[in-house]
Design a protein around this ligand. Structure first.
Ligand code: RB5
Length: 144
């Protein structure tokens, strides 16, 4: 599945690392393209809207991962999860059907980020009780 990448300046170094790491996969980099100061809500909105419209995955990175996750989750259909470990990434996919992985560029070693990304991209969504709960999230979007 296609992967949309985006970061602010705080996530730029890690985004560049992951863009190269994911070179064999279909990716689209929406920026930023330098470490010049930028506003994380702008890139989070761009990535989240594209992930929802193209039904694909996103990876969003800012300094902590917090700002991009707050912003991305304001877009209907986006389920952005800030992950600090492979366990979080697996559960975000299995239980929350997350479609956007958020990372803290200033707090996540590149080698750990690679493992988190691999886990996120390869873990399937679980159905049953999780489907019911994700449907409730979708319902909240419709009512917003
Ligand atoms: C930018 O300095 C920083 O605030 C941003 O990257 C992010 O961590 C916000 O949540």
């Amino acid at each position: 599945m296609k992967i949309i990448l985006g970061s602010d300046h705080g996530g730029y170094q890690l985004k560049e690392h992951l863009r190269k790491y994911l070179a064999g996969k279909e990716t689209e980099d929406l920026g930023v393209f330098s470490e010049e100061s930028s506003h994380y809500p702008e890139i989070a909105k761009k990535v989240a809207e594209k992930v929802v419209s193209e039904k694909c995955f996103g990876i969003l990175i800012c300094g902590t991962g917090i700002g991009v996750s707050i912003a991305a989750n304001k877009v209907n259909g986006a389920r952005a999860a800030l992950c600090h470990s492979t366990e979080y990434a697996a559960l975000a996919r299995q239980h929350n059907h997350a479609n956007i992985l958020c990372l803290g560029g200033r707090f996540t070693e590149h080698s750990l980020a690679e493992k988190i990304v691999d886990t996120f991209l390869t873990t399937e969504e679980e159905d049953g009780r999780h489907d019911v709960r994700v449907a409730m999230l979708d319902e909240m979007d419709i009512n917003c």
